[in-house]
Design a binder for this molecule. Sequence first.
Ligand code: AHR
Length: 501
Amino acid sequence: MAVASLVIDPAFTVAPVRRRTFGSFVEHLGRCVYTGIHEPDHPTAVAGGWRGDVLDLVRELGVTLIRYPGGNFVSGYRWEDGVGPVDRRPSRLDLAWHSMEPNRVGVDEFMAWCELAHVEPQMAINLGTRGVQEALDLLEYTNVPAGSHFAEQRRANGVADPYRIKLWCLGNEMDGPWQIGHKTAEEYGRIAAEAGRAMRMIDPDLELVACGSSSRAMPTFGEWERVVLEECWEQVDMVSAHAYYYEDESGDLASFLASAVDMDRFIESVAATADAVAAARKSDKVVGISFDEWNVWYQQRAESRPPTGDEWPIAPVLLEDHYTVADAVVVGDLLISLLRHSDRVFSANLAQLVNVIAPIMTEPGGAAWRQTTFHPFALTARHAKGDVLRVALDSPRVKTAKFGEVDMVDAVATHDPDTGATVVFLVNRSVDQTVNLEAAVRSGAATLSEALTYTSDDPYWTARADDQSVLPSANDSAQWENGTLAIELPPVSWTMVRLAG
Ligand code: AHR
């Protein structure tokens, strides 16, 4: 059996646990909005047409922040189409996903849903087909109390008080040739700077996110971030990062399980690039990372192919990946990576929330249910509190084709000075070996509250509406004595251990 050791000490603080780490994403894409969060005829529908069963699951998932309305969708979106009387709203072609957008849900509906779901909004502006003026109009609509044209329009639409949305994305994936209105780094950096400068003239307290690369594999990665940040350094607080992982068709599970290694490198290179721009400008500013799209996504599969030709359906089935236990272990490990980098990752969004590469699935008129990926996310969001701790880890190594030799075990801990609770999140990335882990815990923890592991003899077990049989379950191997935790981590597993002060 492989052996690993860990030291957990509250002196090794990285940063406070940021609640925005547990964000997600609602895009007008496939069935995320229509028959996802919104289905007026559904038996559980509440006022506004929102699915009550989905709202319950969203609250259980513990998401804190929702990015909206896209994604690629936002780069062709006219926000004005989605406000005012619903029966007078136009239907529009959504070029990004070759679908019909009926505009039954728009800004006001989304903000009402955020209230019900207890989440903060993260609004994206269209810098693809539109520009500074339309961004200002939207900001005036959402954040100005009264008196001006768009503020009064909001009031006439029944919303007396401004929403005062704080967090804004300046466009989406503008480095991607697939993006409507795709730009060079210079072009994008310039329009982002202009939009940001003007938006702050309305509301100086905004937090603004510039588009970073749409993946670390983009040929422009690194240089894009440098040029964009040089252009809009004074205007932005964060730069975005997007990453989707999958097990390739060759069945290289070992590399897939090590996906968080790539996320670690991605975050560290974006931070280094931002710091290089700061150094060149002799600036003390620390630009954070908004990791505003991350997940497992089998992009090459048929379910990710948009309709074609004259077919422009409303809410087609798109990107409806069904997740395995191995996918959930990777999602749990990506969360470990995000937490570990809480000093630089100021905000993050699991993409997406419902039906579209999502932890929550729905059947139109029927059930809402949890995918495998729901579990590590919900448990981490619920129990990671206080400070993030860097752990001293000594792990056996595992060979991977994509990333070379990597640690078999990955881990991060949190410690809440107010309650004394210490929580350890662990992943065993081995495809076939159990790891015997011993952790010296110096946080003054007194008792073992809970040890839960998510695993299955079949790493490809997949949850369905009528089969939720694999759940996180008590890890009976866990032992706690005199500040030492001993636990067995099965292959392809995610584990959370909670210790009380
Ligand atoms: O989340 C799905 C899509 O992935 C988003 O619309 C886009 O931003 C990214 O490429």
